[in-house]
Design a protein. Structure first.
Length: 298
């Protein structure tokens, strides 16, 4: 005699015992989780079009501000460019930073916002008690934002290509720099999100990191203009090397990088690898915490 169940097939034994012969509760692959999360967040984002419009307006205001600043300001670019930076040169300098602004906010804040939303909705413990990849879940949330952010990223990239006149090779290398930075920032965003799980209120930490990527990494001022002590803090930020590489390719190699180009690429890749390994390790720690103590205790 057999009975059906949503959890599997229950087979009645002669002695009256019941044995579960199969179960529908199976682990879900990371790729499936990534696709489902990305599609879910894209569907949700369509309901909040004013938020997208606001982001585009913010980017537009930044572009207009930098265009105005480029026409009224002159930077001493003799160490980096071999000549003073003003007008078109300075606008290219700022556009290189604008490319990464799109990734900066998305990768740093999206995983944390996801955790905050799941805490608020009471779904966080459910997510951490089911057999699927949490890293794929965070990646899906970020990927959906990256797709939406192309509305701002692509016009900036095309504007940089037109203003700088770079060839196809340099265009591809700029995109590769952005992709490498995205991997590093995704891992950093996961780490901040995990702090959000344990401590809840970590927006100030994320804000400090975001501000450092703008002020210390050389978004507005060349690193060579900083005092030597400040430079050492800038060197430990992945954005410092990303800005430098983007400007190197934007000026078609006519840019004196802080280190040889190959070394800067190596540093950027090492940042991405280390951040990814550390974030996955910390994610495992949080998962063990969830299984042992329950996330309802935090």
């Amino acid at each position: 005699m057999q009975a059906s169940s949503s959890m599997g097939k229950l087979v009645e034994q002669p002695a009256g015992k019941t044995e579960i012969t199969s179960s529908l509760s199976q682990p879900v692959g990371p790729w499936t989780v990534l696709k489902a999360t990305t599609w879910k967040d894209l569907s949700v984002s369509r309901r909040y079009l004013p938020n997208l419009v606001g982001m585009v307006i913010q980017i537009g205001i930044r572009l207009l501000f930098f265009l105005l600043l480029a026409n009224i300001t002159t930077f001493d670019g003799t160490e980096s460019l071999g000549r003073p930076m003003t007008g078109q040169d300075l606008f290219i300098f700022f556009l290189g930073a604008m490319l990464l602004f799109v990734f900066k906010g998305t990768a740093l804040w999206t995983p944390l916002n996801s955790v905050t939303r799941d805490l608020y909705n009471g779904t966080l413990e459910f997510l951490y008690s089911n057999p699927f990849s949490r890293y794929a879940y965070f990646t899906g949330t970020v990927l959906s934002d990256i797709i939406v952010a192309q509305v701002a990223f692509l016009p900036i990239f095309l504007l940089l290509v037109v203003v700088s006149g770079v060839n196809a090779y340099n265009m591809a290398m700029i995109l590769l720099v952005c992709l490498t930075v995205f991997v590093a920032l995704l891992a950093m965003g996961v780490m901040i999100a995990l702090l959000g799980i344990l401590w809840r209120q970590v927006t100030s930490i994320a804000g400090i990191i975001e501000l450092s990527f703008e002020m210390l990494a050389g978004a507005y001022i060349p690193i060579t203009a900083f005092p030597e002590v400040i430079r050492y803090f800038a060197y430990i930020l992945p954005f410092t090397w990303a800005y430098d590489l983007i400007r190197y390719y934007s000026f078609d190699g006519d840019w004196n990088t802080l280190l040889p180009v190959s070394q800067e690429w190596a540093i950027l890749i090492v940042f991405a690898i280390i951040y990814t390994l550390v974030s996955r390790y910390l994610l495992g720690k949080v998962e063990r915490h969830a299984k042992k103590n329950g996330l309802h205790l935090i």
